[in-house]
Design a protein around this ligand. Structure first.
Ligand SMILES: Nc1ncnc2c1ncn2[C@@H]1O[C@H](COP(=O)(O)OP(=O)(O)OP(=O)(O)O)[C@@H](O)[C@H]1O
Ligand SMILES: [Mg+2]
Length: 285
């Protein structure tokens, strides 16, 4: 298959054709052994979590600290074993990590001895089915897209924190994953860099239409980036509400000044504060 870039048509899987959910998390439950417990007591971290993402949908997830957001993400990534329930991506059950899912964490774990270009190309090198020339051109295209074209030859210590996170994003996207999973990728950045990267990700999301689950603490960020926002309740994490975001794409910064934007943020803030499980409130689902 020809290389899929931001501008070329996306590969369409069976479930995309049917218009079904592309990611389907159903009745997910997860417990951890209580630390230091000798009798094996467990703490429920996720309880009956169900959520879906349509092909190309950008789903943001918010919730109070410690409610299990990262656990949910690592379960979808296949890095954490699930307790109850099922996770399906494009019709296939998730049973471990795989190249169909790329994860972006808060801290860019770039290899210090590789240039930015070779960090971003690492996942493609591992595939062994691409020529060096093909890898170089795919990486170059992706670096241009994230605004790092001129820094291909730099080493991680030679670029700023924001640039590192751009490189991290490029590294995840260049392998053309079916699903992009992001856990507070901008959480450690200063406010201005964060806004710039949010703008760029919103533009990229509008062009690439890649199915994404994006975890954040930041309600404005969730509304600005998401097609829908999933609100989780405090421990054990459950889905308390799910709200569609009505603003069209491409989405620009100006949308944040609109009264509807502020109203949605306010509504979500209220939902997080109360975070009544959907089963009790009947809210939004
Ligand atoms: N490997 C682990 N072993 C035991 N307990 C864990 C483990 N990972 C997470 N937990 C516990 O599970 C709960 C949920 O953690 P998780 O990191 O998923 O929350 P979170 O919503 O991402 O929090 P934050 O917003 O602070 O990032 C926490 O109480 C945490 O202490
Ligand atoms: Mg977390």
């Amino acid at each position: 298959m020809a290389g899929m870039t931001a501008d070329s048509p996306r590969q369409v899987g069976a479930n995309e054709m049917a218009g079904d959910a592309f990611l389907r998390v159903a009745h997910l439950g997860k417990s951890y052994r209580r630390r230091g417990s000798s009798d094996g007591t467990e703490v429920a971290v996720l309880q009956d979590v169900s959520l879906e993402a349509k092909a190309g949908e950008f789903v943001t997830v918010i919730g109070p600290s410690g409610c299990g957001k990262s656990t949910l993400l690592t379960c979808i990534a296949g890095l954490t074993e699930v307790g109850d329930g099922t996770i399906e991506v494009d019709g296939a059950a998730v049973s471990g990590p795989g190249p169909d899912r790329a994860v972006v964490f808060q801290h860019a774990s770039l290899l210090p001895w590789r240039t930015i270009e070779r960090n971003v190309g690492y996942g493609l090198e591992l595939r062994r089915d691409l020529s060096r020339g093909e890898i170089r051109s795919r990486v170059a295209r992706m670096l241009e897209l994230v605004g790092l074209g001129e820094f291909a030859g730099h080493y991680p210590h030679e670029i700023s924190g924001g640039m590192k996170q751009r490189a991290n994003l490029a590294r995840a996207l260049v392998v053309e994953p079916k699903l992009v999973l992001m856990d507070e990728p901008f959480g450690a950045l200063d406010a201005i860099t964060k806004e710039t990267l949010q703008d760029e990700l919103a533009a990229l999301a509008g062009r690439m239409r890649r199915t994404t689950v994006f975890i954040t603490h930041d309600i404005e960020e969730a509304v600005f980036l998401g097609d829908k926002v999933v609100v989780m309740s405090p421990l054990p994490g459950r889905v308390a509400a799910e709200l569609p975001v009505p603003f069209p794409r491409p989405r620009r910064r100006e949308v944040t000044a609109e009264p509807e934007f502020a109203a949605l943020v306010q509504r979500l803030r209220g939902l997080i504060q109360t975070a009544i499980p959907a089963s009790q409130s009947g809210e939004e689902r």
